[in-house]
Design a protein around this ligand. Structure first.
Ligand code: ATP
Ligand code: MG
Length: 331
């Protein structure tokens, strides 16, 4: 689904995009599958002009085969790897979060999913100097915690504030608000959110399961359809805007095996999945902030690799090398 935007092709100006949206035509697919004559009347535009737009969009968006070499060139020029700021997670993720892809962190309550998301947001905004969209669906994010993490990085108040400005937070608590938010980000807000010279490089949704899981199960199919829409918009956002998408998911337990929630259909959505767990060691109260991260899905690395890290020592000085990685990809 490619969303119609002003300037995508000659003749598609802001007024026409607005009129098309009013006629419930939001994507290229909507436009090419509509009755052109009928739509031209609804939008008070000439049939010829709309037909020409339709023809250009069809040519632009029809699939053409590309060679493996071209695909590799495109990958090199468009993909960036964003360090998470945590060397253990970076190892599992083959250097960090890849733009254009969805990465999932799953884990039980208190396993550290949100803390990791905050750490990633801080690392991207402070070290990489890029903007981050943080969609908080659980109410877990606090400015105080972000500031605390930034204080561990720098004592310079101005730098802390600049980094905080690059983190754009949306608080919402149901799937309809999430879809609204994602659609508006895709139709332009993502570019508007680029502040202080940094473009938006990551979209974090903590947690995606909190708003989807309550709608699944039973005989209703609406939950599944909404989940598919969320998956679709996240995927196209990652690809079209070259951002890394990080989502969190809860876990379920079946026959004593812990596995990420949202079922089989969601399993195909993230390209990479990591399972976070507490490291429980007898009489090791001081190690209660230790977490293990296990790679459970990846197309780059062997799965079932596990790394341990201390949640409390999230912010350690990996800044310069992390920054270099992004610059290397950009150059
Ligand atoms: N300020 C802090 N400093 C260090 N560790 C903290 C801090 N706040 C919370 N934690 C640790 O993080 C854990 C909670 O992690 P977090 O909130 O990220 O879990 P979660 O996986 O997001 O859980 P849920 O599924 O309930 O959202 C706490 O058990 C605590 O050990
Ligand atoms: Mg949480």
């Amino acid at each position: 689904m490619v969303v119609l935007r002003e300037g995508m092709c000659p003749g598609l100006d802001a007024d026409l995009v607005r009129d098309l949206r009013a006629a419930d035509v939001k994507t290229v697919e909507d436009l090419v599958s509509s009755d052109t004559e009928d739509l031209a009347q609804k939008c008070s535009v000439s049939y010829r002009a709309l037909f020409a737009i339709r023809r250009v969009l069809l040519a632009q968006h029809t699939a053409f085969p590309v060679s493996g070499a071209d695909l590799y060139e495109e990958l090199l020029s468009s993909t960036a790897i964003l360090s998470t700021g945590n060397s253990s997670l970076d190892k599992l993720l083959d250097s960090g979060l890849y733009t254009g892809e969805i990465t999932e962190l799953s884990g039980g309550p208190g396993s550290g999913k949100s803390q990791v998301c905050f750490g990633v947001a801080v690392n991207i905004s402070y070290h990489l100097k890029q903007s981050v969209i943080f969609i908080d669906t659980t109410g877990g994010l606090t400015a105080r915690r972000l500031l605390q993490m930034l204080e561990a990085e720098t004592s310079n108040r101005e730098e802390q504030m600049e980094a905080l400005q690059r983190i754009h937070i949306f608080r919402l608590f149901d799937v309809f608000s999430l879809l609204d938010c994602l659609y508006s980000l895709r139709t332009g807000m993502l570019q508007q959110a680029s502040v202080g010279g940094g473009s938006v490089k990551a979209v974090i949704v903590d947690s995606v399961s909190a708003v989807i899981a309550p709608l699944l199960g039973g005989k209703q199919s609406e939950g599944m359809s909404l989940m598919t829409q969320v998956a679709g918009v996240l995927k196209t956002m990652a690809k079209d805007f070259n951002v890394a998408v990080l989502v969190t998911n809860h876990v379920t337990r079946s026959s004593s095996r812990v596995q990420p929630g949202l079922g089989v259909s969601w399993r195909h959505v993230p390209r990479t999945r990591i399972l976070l767990e507490r490291v429980e060691k007898a009489a090791a109260v001081s190690r209660s902030s230790m977490r293990s991260a296990t790679l459970i899905k990846s197309s780059r690395q062997l799965c079932h690799k596990t790394e341990e890290f201390d949640l409390q020592r999230w912010c350690h000085s990996e800044g310069p090398s992390a920054k270099r990685k992004l610059e290397d990809m950009d150059s």
